[in-house]
Design a protein around this ligand. Structure first.
Ligand code: NAD
Ligand SMILES: O=C(O)C(=O)C[C@@H](O)[C@H](O)[C@H](O)COP(=O)(O)O
Ligand code: ZN
Length: 358
């Protein structure tokens, strides 16, 4: 299997390396002058963390293996504090490094502790889910949740490199793999409609790592993210398009106490954002129906319980795109034409929710 490299530009450029056997590049990314490498990985994935630790030890580094809780349970201030304590006990200095290994929750956490320990130590991301490869580990958004909401504490902190070993996708549970498709489909609607055509051509193939178009889907979505964050790392404008569907998605995750996959919540949020766009007169029924049908074709949800609206509306208040009391949404003016909807009326917000409620 060939190896491809997608470059992320900016003040701190780096490559996203995609293929098989890419772990061989890890010691080179850690670099010289580093003594200790902290490997942050879910305790539930020993088979995944072992080769990473072995590769680092073989290259002569001291490895501090730091198992963390699985998935979203790791994105808390308590777990971050435990990692900072471990760094302190072990004497991690500014010339040491952190490697995040796992799904997007783990790479978000690892990135956050790397950004904050001693105000920043070297970070390399080794994403092992579809979602983490195509989205979370790329672009330098790191963070944790607070009781008030999703990703409310964090930092923009680009890694030195991202290594996507496609072989690791084979063991990802099907529901988690499919959840990653929501972020790929998001990319299709905001920037690259070829993604939609590839999935529509073979929805069953899109659901598995062995699918005919899997590699193209992964590389196309990484390219979108790389292009956007290269132009606007700190989300001063353009980067907001990557948040398409996320205003409602994060509210749903909060309402479910994070017992719903991020990608599943994003899938529902994509339909909501499409309905908002339609009701605001920006797009026709065709794009909304295409959103519903492509998500359904791969097995993702497209609706949510009707009685949840008051709670979701309250959670949406704290979205990072808000300015004061004014909500701001990423919407579509057409396929691959993202735009912003500022301070929508309560009637519009609720009408769009009515369209996706059951
Ligand atoms: N920073 C960003 O830009 C960004 C972008 C998108 C999403 N995110 C975040 O990413 C998270 C979602 O990521 P996710 O979908 O990867 O979920 P996740 O991190 O919870 O991982 C899903 C599950 O897969 C398991 N897993 C990981 N790799 C595996 C493998 N190779 N084999 C078997 N099991 C494996 C994990 O242990 C977990 O149980 C959310 O917290 C979301 O907010 C961040
Ligand atoms: O990279 C971005 O920018 C994104 O918005 C990508 C999203 O898929 C991702 O879920 C991100 O973590 C959301 O960021 P937030 O700033 O809304 O917490
Ligand atoms: Zn997301």
């Amino acid at each position: 299997m060939s190896v491809s490299r997608i470059q992320v530009h900016g003040d701190d450029p780096y490559d996203v390396v995609v293929g098989a056997g890419v772990l061989a590049e890890l010691p080179g990314l850690v670099g010289d002058g580093v003594r200790t490498v902290a490997v942050v990985c879910p305790a539930s994935l020993p088979e995944i963390s072992r080769p990473v630790c072995d590769a680092l030890r073989a290259a002569g580094y001291e490895v501090l293996a730091l198992p963390v809780p699985d998935g979203e349970q790791a994105k808390t201030s308590g777990v971050a504090a435990e990692l900072w304590s471990a760094f302190g006990r072990y004497g991690m200095t500014r010339s040491d490094a952190v490697v995040g290994v796992g799904g997007g929750a783990t790479t978000d956490l690892a990135g956050f502790v790397a950004a904050t320990w001693l105000r920043g130590v070297r970070l390399i991301q080794v994403p092992t889910t579809l979602l983490a490869m195509v989205d979370a580990a790329v672009g330098g958004k790191t963070g944790i949740n607070t009781p008030e909401g999703k990703n409310l504490v964090g930092a923009f902190y680009p890694p030195k490199g991202v290594l996507c070993d496609l072989a690791t996708l084979v063991s990802v549970p099907r529901e988690d793999y499919v959840a990653g498709l929501a972020e790929i489909i998001k990319g299709g609607f905001i920037a690259d409609p070829t993604i939609l055509m590839l999935i529509e051509d073979d929805p069953a193939g899109a659901r598995v790592p062995e699918g005919e178009h899997t590699r193209a889907l992964i590389e196309r979505k990484i390219q979108i993210k790389a292009d956007v964050v290269s132009a606007d790392l700190k989300e001063s404008g353009l980067r907001e398009i990557l948040n398409y569907g996320h205003t409602l998605a994060h509210a749903i995750e909060r309402a479910e106490d994070y017992h719903i996959r991020h990608g599943e919540a994003v899938a529902i949020g994509l339909v909501y954002a499409a309905e908002l766009s339609r009701l605001d007169g920006r797009i026709g029924d065709d794009i909304v129906e295409r959103t519903r049908s492509i998500l359904t074709s791969v097995g993702l949800p497209t609706s949510y319980r009707k009685d949840a609206w008051p709670e979701l509306r309250e959670h949406m208040r704290i979205d990072k795109k808000s300015r004061g009391a004014k909500l701001r949404f990423v919407v579509l003016n057409g396929l691959a034409q993202p735009s912003r909807l500022e301070d929508p009326s309560e009637e519009l917000l609720e009408s769009a929710f009515y369209e996706i409620s059951r």
